[in-house]
Design a protein around this ligand. Sequence first.
Ligand SMILES: N[C@@H](CCC(=O)N[C@@H](CS)C(=O)NCC(=O)O)C(=O)O
Length: 461
Amino acid sequence: MHHHRTYISLHKPYPSYTSHLSSLSVQRLGFEDWTIIVDPMALVLHAGNTNKNGFKALIAAEYSGVKVELVKNFEMGVSNKSPKFLEMNPIGKVPVLETPDGPVFESNAIARYVTRLKADNPLFGSTLIEYAHVEQWIDFATLEIDANILRWLIPRIGFAVYLPPAEEAAISALKRALTALNTHLSSNTYLVGHSVTLADIIMACNLTLGFSRLLTKKFTSEFPHVERYFWTLVNQPNFRKILGEVKQAESVPSIQSAKKPSQAKEPTKPKDEPKKEAKKEPAKPKLEEAVAEEEAPKPKAKNSLDLLPPSKMILDEWKRLYSNTKTNFREVAVKGFWDMYDPEGYSLWFCDYKYNDENTVSFVTLNKVGGFLQRMDLARKYAFGKMLVIGSEPPFKVKGLWLFRGQEIPKFIIDECYDMELYDWRKVDITDEDQKERVNQMIEDQEPFEGEALLDAKCFK
Ligand SMILES: N[C@@H](CCC(=O)N[C@@H](CS)C(=O)NCC(=O)O)C(=O)O
């Protein structure tokens, strides 16, 4: 790996010198070093395929170009209790990573190991203070977020004694942590610096358990920046590949302890380490399975917008006209829009970001809008949008124009794209010339817009 780094660093900053330097480095490194470069050994991770603690290393591996594979046929409660496994981790917990130099347990340590396999990995940050902040947020994600989610969740699903005051304490500690996280994220896209770090990976994995099992929309809406951050991360390709689609819990699990006769019969020893429960007989439901439990994917229903009476307006034709018009935008694209527009089959909407005063950092604001458009991907067949980031200095205003199939904002968009509720929505009255002119200006990115410069204009098409 060390030679790998030498080789890459000779190449990267000086592309024009590549041929000269690569022949040098080949001579210097010899054949074995090349095999390291082209055939990195896959590391084996022992964990079930729904274990968020295993996901930390798998996502870090995706970002780092490292090969990590889940062990085949892992069975929770059986595989991790075998003598061979206990040699790797005497406590019998997962995940465990097998490396050429021996095993590593504890998911954060495993994720750090995988991350260090890539030299100078930006997942750790790039300055001393960034390294420290990455570690700071990893501990925070573990001790303030994850620990309190587990203290709340585990008793509810019947793996520890349920005590109302203990639950209350867990919830208030979690809210305290989320409040701090929300404030940090109100002016930062990521936890540290301007790109994803290992801290974000670990935080997102911990939040995934929370969002999918426990934290309903009602609960998380108090923390809108955490929501934005979470949904943005889990929809990044490197996360999505490992996590699949994350769905938010619709309710807090009802208290299970009383409903499980097999457990009720056992002497009720209060447990301070809730996870010890899972160590009992394999016949019982296993904690990890209970925690990771996923609903079977439902077959996809046809979109109800496809059942609307056909429209003479072909959305793709408009998008093509918009994209292909380079000059005389008013005369060609804007005029073309109104020629095509079908007010029966489509509706136009203005949107206005509700929290403009929080848009104090330009790139954070641009990332927010970028994330919104990314999440609108699911509406591509039924929508066109323009989003303007307005102002030459903070706080920036975010305003937009959307064209939707049908007369209402499609319900599936409201349900699936949480950004929708961060905006006030107003249907355009096209009989009002002023509103129509505002539509034209937004289609055109007219500058100044309402007296102000544009920081950016993004289009969803
Ligand atoms: N701090 C550990 C937690 C590991 C852990 O609690 N693993 C659970 C599954 S998520 C487990 O193996 N439970 C089985 C047991 O307690 O025997 C880590 O992050 O790796």
